[in-house]
Design a protein around this ligand. Sequence first.
Ligand code: NAD
Length: 327
Amino acid sequence: MVGCGDVSIVHLQAIEKLADVELVGVCDTDQATRTAAAERYGVPEFAGHHEMIEAVRPDAVHICTPHHQHVPVAIDCLDAGVAVLVEKPVGHTLAEADRLLAAARLHPHVKVGVCLQNRYNTATRTAHNLLRSGQLGAIRGGSATVFWHRDAAYYRARPWRGRVRDSGGGVLINQAIHTVDLMEWLIGDVASARGHAGRYALVGIVDVEDTAHLLLDHTNGARSVVFATVTNVTDSPVTIEIVTERAVLLIRGDLTVSYADGRIETVAEPVVSTGGRAYWGASHELLIADFYRTLADPDPFWIGPDEGIKSLRVISQIYQPQGRTTD
Ligand SMILES: NC(=O)c1ccc[n+]([C@@H]2O[C@H](COP(=O)([O-])OP(=O)(O)OC[C@H]3O[C@@H](n4cnc5c(N)ncnc54)[C@H](O)[C@@H]3O)[C@@H](O)[C@H]2O)c1
């Protein structure tokens, strides 16, 4: 484990549940953080990932560091022949993510997974299967909302989250990236994106955006919109609604499919305790189990950097200086 902060708890709990996976070391640049994790799990602690890789020769490394520390650590792991499971986003900039993509191509036999765990949610998997089955007809378009709450305390607790230099951005790259990924995975590849990212509630506290909207043109002709903000008073469930020729699919935790003939089907999302925050979703464990289940397979992990970079490409179109307005 590299980076033993908030999200690492979910990864560590998932690893603990896997009978054939053993945690062999933890690494964090912050001494108190790494010592707490090492003591809790009874494993050696390291201040740097080079030292850890050298000492314990892991089969895989989980990268749960701030965004700007994803790619440098991942490339070092790949160069050492160690598989990586990197938290979203792949990198804090598109250029960094491209560097990882190139490194992964140089090491085709070393696995790279990207933690976009919401693709494993029961509702999204069912929706994906239905949309690909052809029984709903053509996809016309869709909409999504991310109405979450991140106040000054959230950014003060982890200042990197509020600094473009370290995080690459705010609500888009940090929170809504999951939803942008799902819109693309469910509706189809995105050909172009327009939109706006701005800062409304956190002026003077962060230099990242807290609110953004996107208009997506998908290659199959469908169009969709995403509105995301962390200025909401609470963490509302993410909503995704997709209109097809023969039905409307609504994901809001559960999946509801309303057919043209009046039938309504609901698929419930199981409630799972992950050790993390409920709004992170319930599927980290499923993704991590799948990553290890397929670790020895010759094929790349299905959510590799080439998949993970897609949502970053979309977001980066909004982050381009001419498209980006803050304050
Ligand atoms: N998939 C999800 O739903 C989800 C949810 C929350 C966070 N995340 C992602 O997880 C990552 C970490 O987020 P967090 O909230 O846990 O952050 P955090 O700040 O709580 O933890 C990051 C830890 O990494 C350590 N660190 C920094 N640079 C390091 C380096 N070079 N080597 C080793 N340790 C280093 C820090 O000291 C800190 O303890 C981010 O990419 C974030 O976007 C994903």
